[in-house]
Ligand binder design. Structure first.
Ligand SMILES: Cc1ncc(C[n+]2csc(CCOP(=O)(O)OP(=O)(O)O)c2C)c(N)n1
Length: 617
């Protein structure tokens, strides 16, 4: 799977493992995402674009560590834009790449569904990271289904070494079979470190644009011809896979055969080291003859696959007798324990004796907005105004739960504004309708619904929560921050001018640390008939730099335990352990408090004061 090298390895000095002998080809520990980035770089990728999303974000962050003369790497405004940029690179004749989380592929899917008909000029590879167990997502969808739908090969690495090798290989397969290729990861692989043998970068000459209108321009007459080409491509890929190293047959006894892939393979290997295993390095398409041969070689076949029964159903369509989802769950993340449960149910392993000590569950810690989070005051005000709030996706989604509890709906990135429009245009809601959306989300998918709201005269208020960063995914730049992926200066969007240009007549920018102004402005905005926009402007307290001003303290004498400050949900505020005259008082953790002053502003007894003279943050 390794390719010959035509160039010297160029690495960021921080990337190079100091031993042995600073050899760039040494083994080094890498996260799955880092390995995918490395694979793309080694494959000679020249154009790379992505929009952040857990668990995929570090792929592009790592690609940007390679020299700019090797490749262009960017944060794009959303996943469809990112894929289209990569498609542009492929049209231009260079190897191109995009990465995204699973739901990002929903956004990019329109382009993918056409591009799969077009094929590629320079290679086109998509790394898509699924999130079984929903650690940090709005759903648990299985990207392998997109592979089928788009008739696009889906490679399935198990560990970081394979993540690198499969990504490299994906570029070759893309050009060999004239197809985009998906490299699928999951949270477990993306965020787990293991030792990786790296290689050198392959410098691939640019092929130049190919004048092929019948292939490059998807009008009905051309698309009809291409559909047939896709079916032929699937056949050719299946034939290739019959003898490819991507399908590994680990021979064991003839009683049991297990077909598995991705990280599920490691759990199977741990539990059934002696079984016959067919390890699939690809989930679409599949080598039918190899599958038939494997199933015929054993008495019982079990498919161990996380999420949907994709492989199981394929085998059943081939008329093969297999078991799968009758033993293993269709939802949630797999682990050794989950797979063991299924194998116990299949009577292949004895039930495990319960170990009481391990039954203790860790204390639940509900997620909270940070101390001093600039989103807090907006949701305090919205609750006080009894608004009907359509939310969006970002840190601020945490305002949906106690104690702020000020968001009524959350669907997908960019949905808030059109959801609010729909509710308003239904004409049935008596409360003021407010859409709340973060700055990165607004630039991702908030503009078309805002244009639509103005166009269709929806009576809504849009609260643009501008914290100058994509905070939810760890602090990435976007076109509103004035910096690009490599941290260089870039054009900064002027929100007021942009919003004005689409026809919004009522716009105000305010400081989120001024509680009175936030409340007053929101009241005025919701009284306006038509689309009003309030931009709540304050940098995130963690990114790009951690903010910390002098802390506030509670004057215990004056505190009556009224709980007003508690409504902020600030993690720096808690009850005292001791009782004062029969009730607890409030205390502020000096180390956690960043001095935003919101608690002092909302306090009904004026019992909160700065420890030292406040500074502006
Ligand atoms: C389609 C899609 N792409 C990416 C993500 C990952 N993601 C969740 S929220 C978010 C952006 C958050 O930034 P912003 O809107 O500025 O809000 P903040 O977290 O800064 O408050 C991203 C990229 C997602 N959930 N869905």
């Amino acid at each position: 799977m390794t390719q010959s090298s035509e160039s010297k390895l160029q690495l960021d000095p921080e990337e190079v493992t100091p031993s042995p002998g600073n050899n760039p080809l040494a083994m080094r520990p890498m996260m799955g995402n880092e390995a995918i980035a490395r694979g793309a770089w080694e494959a000679g990728c020249k154009v790379a674009a992505a929009y952040p999303g857990t668990p995929s974000t570090e792929i592009m962050e790592n690609l940007a560590k390679y020299p700019a003369q090797d490749l262009h790497a960017e944060w794009s405004t959303n996943e469809k834009v990112a894929l289209d940029v990569a498609i542009g690179g492929s049209f231009a004749g260079v190897r191109s790449f995009t990465s995204m989380k699973h739901v990002g592929l929903n956004v990019a899917s329109d382009a993918l569904m056409s591009q799969t008909y077009i094929g590629v000029n320079g290679a086109l590879v998509l790394a898509v990271c699924d999130d079984p167990g929903i650690h940090s997502s709005q759903n648990e969808q299985d990207t392998r289904i997109y592979g089928h739908l788009a008739m696009t090969p889906v490679l399935e690495p198990t560990d970081a070494q394979e993540a690198l090798e499969f990504t490299r290989l994906a570029f070759d397969l893309s050009e060999q079979f004239d197809t985009p290729v998906i490299v699928r990861s999951t949270t477990r692989l993306s965020h787990t470190r293991s030792l990786v043998q790296t290689g050198e970068r392959l410098e691939v000459p640019c092929k130049g644009f190919r004048e092929e209108p019948k292939k490059n321009v998807m009008i009905p007459g051309h698309a009809r011809l291409r559909h047939g080409a896709l079916i032929e491509r699937e056949r050719a890929l299946k034939e290739y896979l019959e003898s490819s190293d991507l399908i590994r047959w680990e021979r064991g006894g003839d009683e049991l055969g297990i077909i598995t892939l991705s990280t599920a393979y490691t759990y199977v290997k741990e539990l059934m080291p002696d079984a016959s295993i067919l390890k699939l390095g690809v989930s679409y398409p599949l080598p039918d003859a190899k599958l038939r041969e494997f199933c015929a070689s054993v008495k019982r076949v079990i498919v161990v696959e996380e999420l949907e029964p994709i492989i199981e159903n394929e085998l059943k369509i081939l008329g093969l007798k297999v078991e799968g989802k009758s033993l293993f769950p269709r939802e949630g993340e797999f682990s050794t324990d989950v797979v063991r449960e299924g194998l116990v149910q299949a009577q292949l392993l004895p039930p495990r004796a319960k170990i009481e000590a391990l039954e203790v569950q860790p204390m639940a810690r509900p997620p909270l907005l940070c101390a001093g989070c600039p989103h807090t005051s907006s949701y305090m005000a919205l609750r006080a105004l009894n608004s009907r709030v359509s939310g969006d996706i970002g840190c601020y989604t945490l305002a949906a739960v106690e104690p702020l509890k000020a968001i009524d709906t959350t669907v997908s990135m960019g949905s808030s504004i059109a959801n609010a429009s729909g509710m308003a245009l239904a004409g049935t809601e008596s409360r003021p309708i407010v859409a709340t959306i973060g700055d990165s989300t607004f630039l991702h998918a908030g503009l078309p619904p805002l244009i639509n709201a103005v166009y269709n005269n929806a009576n809504i208020t849009v609260l643009l929560l501008d914290n100058h960063i994509t905070a939810m995914t760890g602090g990435q730049h976007h076109p509103g921050t004035g910096r690009n992926l490599r941290g260089e200066e870039a054009h900064q969007v002027d929100y007021e001018a942009l919003i004005k240009s689409v026809g919004v007549k009522w716009i105000k920018t305010i400081d989120s640390y001024n509680m009175g102004t936030v409340f007053q402005t929101l009241r005025e905005a919701t009284e306006y008939k038509g689309v009003s926009v309030v931009i709540v402007d304050r940098p995130c307290v963690l990114d790009p730099v951690k903010l910390k001003g002098p802390a506030f303290q509670v004057n215990a004498e004056a505190c009556t335990g009224c709980q007003t400050c508690m409504n902020l949900g600030c993690p720096a505020i808690s009850w005292t352990d001791e009782l004062y005259e029969g009730h607890h008082k409030v205390t502020i953790d000096e180390a956690a408090c960043i001095g935003c002053s919101l608690c002092a502003q909302v306090s009904s007894t004026n019992c909160i004061e700065p420890i030292e003279a406040p500074q502006s943050l």
